[in-house]
Design a protein around this ligand. Structure first.
Ligand code: SF4
Length: 208
């Protein structure tokens, strides 16, 4: 995948889907933004709800120009780059071009790969099976840990101890078990008040 010249130079990417919607999770919940889901992920979370994104070869290729032109067709000047794992690719050119067009740019990443691009906001959603590189812990504006079982609380605390003091901290129930785990997460946050809760409100609103 990364041998393709356009990919290595960051001028084109496999695009799983793109859509203009309302951010449903984390610190920027409720704000409109254009989402671009880049294909390819080697983290392999068992509960992943976008497994279709893992294989980059089955998705159409979008160039930076096509991505930015489409972003310009929507009213909000906000773009969320998500995946898959977008940091499998060099995102410098994409970020530079979006910035030239006055977009705020937001990254959603597991942090498992080296950072590229320049961001207004980095949301780090770390995964135990492929932990973040040190730089991502330090540069994260927001830490969003998915809680799938009670073992994930100690993982969340480990991650909290590695991010900066200004990083916003969220625990988010995995969607498939949120009804059963929600009371436990609520209790945990009440007893550990540096954390806040993040719910996948886009799923309640039935929007992408
Ligand atoms: Fe799915 Fe994200 Fe985990 Fe990759 S990092 S497997 S896209 S949840």
């Amino acid at each position: 995948m990364l041998k393709d010249n356009n990919f290595t130079e960051g001028e084109a990417f496999p695009i799983v889907e793109d859509f203009y919607t309302i951010q449903g999770e984390g610190f920027h919940t409720g704000k409109p933004a254009y989402f671009i889901r880049i294909g390819g992920c080697d983290v392999c979370c068992s509960w992943c709800d976008v497994k279709v994104s893992w294989n980059p070869t089955i998705h159409p290729i979008g160039t930076v120009k096509q991505i930015v032109d489409k972003a310009l067709s929507f009213p909000a000047r906000a773009v969320v780059i998500t995946g898959g794992e977008p940091l499998l690719y060099n995102l410098d050119v994409l970020c530079e071009t979006l910035k030239l067009n006055k977009f705020e740019i937001f990254l959603e990443t597991s942090g498992a790969h080296t950072l590229s691009g320049t961001w207004d906001w980095i949301c780090l959603s770390p995964k135990k099976n492929s932990p973040p590189v040190e730089e991502l812990f330090q540069k994260a504006n927001e830490l969003k840990v998915v809680i799938d079982s009670e073992l994930d609380f100690s993982w969340a605390e480990y991650c909290k101890n590695n991010v900066s003091d200004t990083c916003k901290l969220y625990l988010q129930p995995e969607w498939g078990i949120y009804k059963t785990k929600l009371p436990i997460i609520i209790d945990y946050i009440k007893n550990n008040p540096r954390w806040s809760i993040s719910l996948q409100t886009q799923k309640f609103m039935h929007i992408p």
